[in-house]
Design a protein around this ligand. Structure first.
Ligand SMILES: Nc1nc2c(c(=O)[nH]1)N[C@H]1C(S)=C(S)[C@@H](COP(=O)(O)O)O[C@H]1N2
Ligand SMILES: [Mo]
Length: 369
């Protein structure tokens, strides 16, 4: 049967450029770079490869200024990792939340090639008193400081990583995506890959690495991209970090017509931050009969898993299809919206409503695979 068409990216904002991957067109384990979502807070800075340099400073023994060739001469590593915007699925919040109204496609799995951040830090000699590593992008602009604070003026996009994450083998400074040079919109010439963490930590157009002793409180660390944590008693703000466990249905799409009495392939992807996926469960009735889907494709530490579930509907009429992932740490995808997450981390199950029709009514055979 025919594959669904590969429609283009969905434009969520023209300037700065924000594009969504149409999740219904998911087919391969790696999302092609031209189809990968783009999330930018400011217009992309055009950096000339021969003028670009990466400065490493702060709590280091030897501050560095590395050219792109010098980065390229270091040992390279390649990691497959899913990147998800913390705002993915925001459109499903009730009541509606402010911000870009992402559906299910601010996520993708790609192969990233570059150098380990820890190798760069080792060259500079990170001091014992350093607790965080701040990654700074070359893009900058004015942000609205909100009701209580004045705008800080023009500031660069920056986030910090705790020392242990920065020194782990899951953080890269990447110059290639899916075996090709990084494109402008994905961060040319160098971007961070923070496998297991939400996208806001994956700094694009990186030009500075600043090693610091005290927690970094930049705009995107302290005024945006945080959640409330109540495990300390009084609620405290914690910067968003690890990706929550989640499975999404790519097909069928909302409102699809599915022919009765024939096997139909429900298909999607599942991922979780620092853990693998243990299982994906699917329910085709009313949330009471969860059955395991088949996990497909490569299993890697940070890539997503594709999955499928064969469903032969027996009854005509409307059906809600649900999926739910459990990760290897035992974390279960919630079935309902969670509190304390502002407009982020929308990982609860979103049912796909379809109608089962008799063969004669089926006018959308393209969705049957
Ligand atoms: N310098 C810089 N890095 C950035 C951003 C940005 O606006 N500027 N956006 C972040 C966010 S919120 C996400 S989700 C990812 C998106 O990366 P992509 O555009 O390559 O998909 O980049 C992150 N890195
Ligand atoms: Mo994001």
């Amino acid at each position: 049967m025919a594959k669904p068409q590969q429609p283009g990216l969905v434009v969520r904002q023209k300037s700065p450029l924000n594009l969504e991957f149409p999740f219904a067109s998911l087919s391969d384990w790696l999302v092609p770079s031209e189809q990968f979502y783009v999330r930018s807070h400011f217009p992309a800075p055009r950096l000339a490869a021969d003028e670009w340099a990466l400065v490493v400073d702060g709590m280091v023994d030897t501050p560095l200024r590395l050219t792109l060739d010098q980065v390229g001469d270091m040992p390279s590593v390649t990691v497959a990792a899913v990147m998800e915007c913390a705002g993915n699925g925001r459109v499903f919040y009730e009541p509606a939340r402010e911000g870009l109204q992402w559906q299910s496609g601010a996520v993708g799995n790609a192969q990233w090639t570059g150098v380990l951040l820890r190798d760069v830090l080792a060259k500079a000699g990170i001091q014992d008193s350093a607790t965080e590593v701040v990654l700074v992008g070359a893009d900058r602009g004015v942000v609205d400081g909100g009701k209580k604070t004045a705008s800080p003026g023009s500031i660069a996009f920056a986030r910090s990583l705790p020392r242990d994450k920065a020194l782990s083998d899951s953080v890269l400074l990447a110059y290639e995506m899916n075996s090709e040079r990084l494109s402008l919109d994905h961060g040319f010439p160098l971007r961070a890959v923070v496998a297991g963490w939400y996208g806001m930590a994956w700094i694009k157009w990186i030009t500075e690495i600043r090693v610091v002793r005290r927690p970094f409180l930049g705009y995107w660390q302290a005024r945006d991209y945080f959640r409330w944590d109540r495990s300390f008693g009084e609620p405290v703000l914690v910067p968003i970090s690890e990706i929550e466990v989640k499975a999404q249905i790519a097909r069928p799409v909302q409102g699809a017509k599915v022919p009765v009495g024939r096997p139909y392939r429900i298909f999607g992807a599942a991922w979780s931050g620092e853990s693998g996926i243990r299982e994906v469960l699917v329910d085709t009735t009313d949330g009471t009969n969860w059955r395991p889907a088949t996990l497909l494709g490569p299993k890697t530490p940070y890539g997503w898993r594709l999955w499928e579930f064969e469903w032969t509907p027996r009854e005509l009429g409307s059906h809600s299809l649900r999926c739910r992932a459990v990760d290897e740490a035992g974390r279960v995808q919630p079935e309902t919206q969670q509190p304390d997450r502002e407009s982020y981390l929308a990982n609860w199950t979103v049912p796909v409503e379809v109608s089962v029709v008799s063969d004669r009514d089926d006018d959308e055979p393209d969705f049957v695979i």
